[in-house]
Design a protein around this ligand. Structure first.
Ligand code: SF4
Length: 236
């Protein structure tokens, strides 16, 4: 990610803010999407206690990868520069997802992913991901206490696996000339509150070891429903 690309994306947001203001004042609509979320799959390989994705009795069919490619190019024609955040469910369990990331890299599309990080235990997946030039990689971590974490995510060994995956991402990032942001995100629940890790890998420049920094309490919280489960439009 270079300064020019960041400036372009920033300019898109500013332009759209102006367009929204014009729309509100005059009714003339010149707005275009600048941030897009792509739910590539509803299924997940985790069973987080606060999430309803894995409890769904039925899943909608996923859009095929070839259709995703076409849609992303159509969006490029319509919008110009934009950022898409892939999510799920767990995006990496979708067949062909890494191929889609590679396509994004080839087409110079700005993409990020929000993932539970389990797939990053596979170094090949990490290498392909980093080679596809991500804008950002977000990995959720619920606690630095393995017992609490595994209870919260519903998978034994989940903390160990995610930490290993983060290490693989850091290693791959240190070997590339591409700069991207990788961060962990906390999930506040009664069981995880007070036991959060300080593992957010801050924005790092290639060539330097990735810095491990603490995140402030302003880290976005997932809103909770009365039953404690996650809202349906929130992912990984
Ligand atoms: S919160 Fe994310 S990782 Fe956990 S079950 Fe839901 S979709 Fe999967």
């Amino acid at each position: 990610m270079n300064v020019l690309e960041l400036t372009r994306l920033g300019a898109n947001h500013v332009r759209n803010a102006v367009a929204e203001e014009i729309y509100l004042r005059t009714g003339r609509d010149m707005t275009v999407p600048v941030s897009i979320y792509g739910e590539v799959i509803e299924r997940c390989n985790y069973k987080c206690r606060y999430c309803e994705y894995w409890r769904r009795p039925h899943y909608r069919d996923d859009m095929p990868i070839e259709d995703w490619k076409k849609a992303l190019l159509d969006l490029k024609d319509f919008i110009g520069h934009y950022h898409i955040e892939f999510a799920g469910g767990e995006p990496y369990i979708k067949k062909g997802f890494v191929e889609l990331l590679t396509f994004c890299g080839e087409q110079d599309l700005k993409w990020g992913v929000t993932t539970n990080g389990a797939a990053f235990g596979n170094e090949k997946v990490v290498d392909w991901t980093v080679a596809a030039k991500p804008f950002n990689i977000n990995i959720s971590i619920d606690s630095n206490d393995a017992k609490i974490h595994d209870y919260s995510r519903g998978i034994d060994g989940s903390l160990e696996s995610i930490v290993a995956g983060i290490g693989n991402v850091a290693r791959a990032r240190s070997k590339t000339v591409w700069i991207f942001r990788s961060s962990s995100r906390r999930w506040f629940t009664s069981s995880t509150s007070g036991s959060f890790p300080n593992w957010s890998i801050g924005s790092a420049t290639s060539g330097r070891p990735p810095s491990i920094s603490s995140r402030s309490s302003s880290t976005p919280k997932r809103p909770r429903t009365n039953s404690g489960s996650a809202p349906t439009n929130w992912t990984t």
